[in-house]
Design a protein around this ligand. Structure first.
Ligand code: PMP
Length: 360
């Protein structure tokens, strides 16, 4: 068996230890004679799995007691609708457009009310985070929305926007559990798990309890009401059981490895190796304004499309896979999530140096 270095933006690399453990338990989970895939979501065994997963993510993120943790389906994209449906009391919200995912959330919100563009970095292909210190936020806005880490463009909010007292809703899909966060600064913090946490098929929504209510927009489907999910502890219907189980294992792996502050240190170290090389290279260059660079998604280009394609091809052959940039940006992108070992980044940089020499 040989595993590659997988730089995919998502679904993405998972900790090998977690995969091995899951493989060991595949046929017989802890002596119950069946796989977690095969058991009832109402069984005692599964109840322990989901409760432990929730307790562990609460510990990891230091989630205050007045927040609910929901394990839901529909991916992050389903939340683009669920958020306005549940939160738009005044039918108005502000959106900061820092990339394609923020834009999709903004467009979806427009179906349900007035979504106002507060700031945007579209003018420079989303290569920076706009100044969010004094946004045109009005009193009647129900919330302010951001995509905290922009997977495609490789930017990250290093400071949260000044929301002028309004609730902040953040999509953290591609920076989930990559560093400590102060949950109390958010009304909702949510992310699809398939980048930094687990297999595709689940979104985790951490929501302040006062936002869980009955008076949602008329026509909100039962399944999309946070109240339905919260009242039933994410077990209103059959949840993504296997996903919850694997995410639970990843939470334990994170706790064992020092939690989110240790993860942040390691992620900074990994990103620095790559960015330092990009800054010194005569062939490759990063595409993002330095102060807004993501620790998770690192886009770069040679400036020559043919050379980009040659690099991706040769890198793939050498075992560094999924380095092709998003189709809307081109070039390359290395996603270096929690589970990417530091050796993966060191070896990638070695490979890039060799490629630079050969193509000078
Ligand atoms: N938000 C961000 C930041 C993403 O990167 C993605 C997926 N690439 C999404 C939302 C959409 O996620 P999903 O496919 O789970 O709906």
């Amino acid at each position: 068996m040989s595993r590659v270095y997988n730089f995919s933006a998502g679904p993405a690399v998972l900790p090998e230890e977690v995969l091995r453990e899951a493989a060991d338990e595949m046929l017989d989970y802890k002596g119950c004679g069946m796989s977690v895939m095969e058991m009832s979501h109402r069984s005692k065994v599964f109840d322990d799995i989901i409760k432990e997963a929730e307790a562990d993510i609460r510990t990891l993120m230091n989630i205050p007691d007045n927040y609910k943790v929901l394990f839901l389906q529909g991916g992050a994209s389903q939340q683009f609708a669920a958020i306005p449906m549940n939160l738009m009391k005044n039918k108005k919200a502000g959106y900061i457009i820092t990339g394609q995912w923020a834009k999709k959330a903004y467009q979806e919100a427009k179906i349900y009310g007035e979504a106002v563009e507060l700031a945007s970095s579209a003018d420079e292909t989303f290569s920076y985070i706009p100044d969010c210190s004094d946004l045109p936020i009005t009193d009647d806005m129900d919330y302010v929305y951001i995509c905290e880490n922009n997977t495609i463009y490789g930017t990250k909010f290093k400071t949260l926007p000044n929301t002028k007292g309004k609730d902040l809703v953040a999509d953290v899909s591609s920076c989930f559990l990559s560093e400590p966060v102060d949950v109390s600064k958010y009304a909702i913090i949510y992310g699809g798990v398939q980048k930094n946490v687990g297999p595709a098929g689940m979104v985790i929504v951490i929501i302040r309890e006062d936002l869980i209510r009955d008076d949602v927009l008329p026509g909100t489907p039962t399944m999309l009401k946070y109240k339905t999910q919260a009242d039933n502890d994410s077990l209103y219907n059959t949840p993504p059981c296997y996903d919850i189980y694997i995410c639970g294992k990843v939470f334990k792996w994170l706790l064992k490895n020092g939690g989110l502050s240790a993860m942040k240190e390691l992620n900074e170290k990994k990103a620095k190796i790559l960015y330092d090389y990009l800054d010194s290279s005569k062939l490759f260059k990063g595409t993002v304004r330095k102060e807004d660079r993501s620790l998770m998604n690192v886009p770069f280009v040679t400036g020559n499309e043919e050379l980009d394609a040659k690099f991706v091809k040769e890198a793939t052959a050498a075992g560094f896979v999924n380095l092709k940039g998003h189709r809307t940006v081109g070039g390359m992108r290395a996603s270096i999530y929690n589970a990417m070992p530091i050796e993966g980044v060191e070896k990638l940089v070695e490979f890039m140096k060799k490629f630079e020499e050969e193509n000078a």
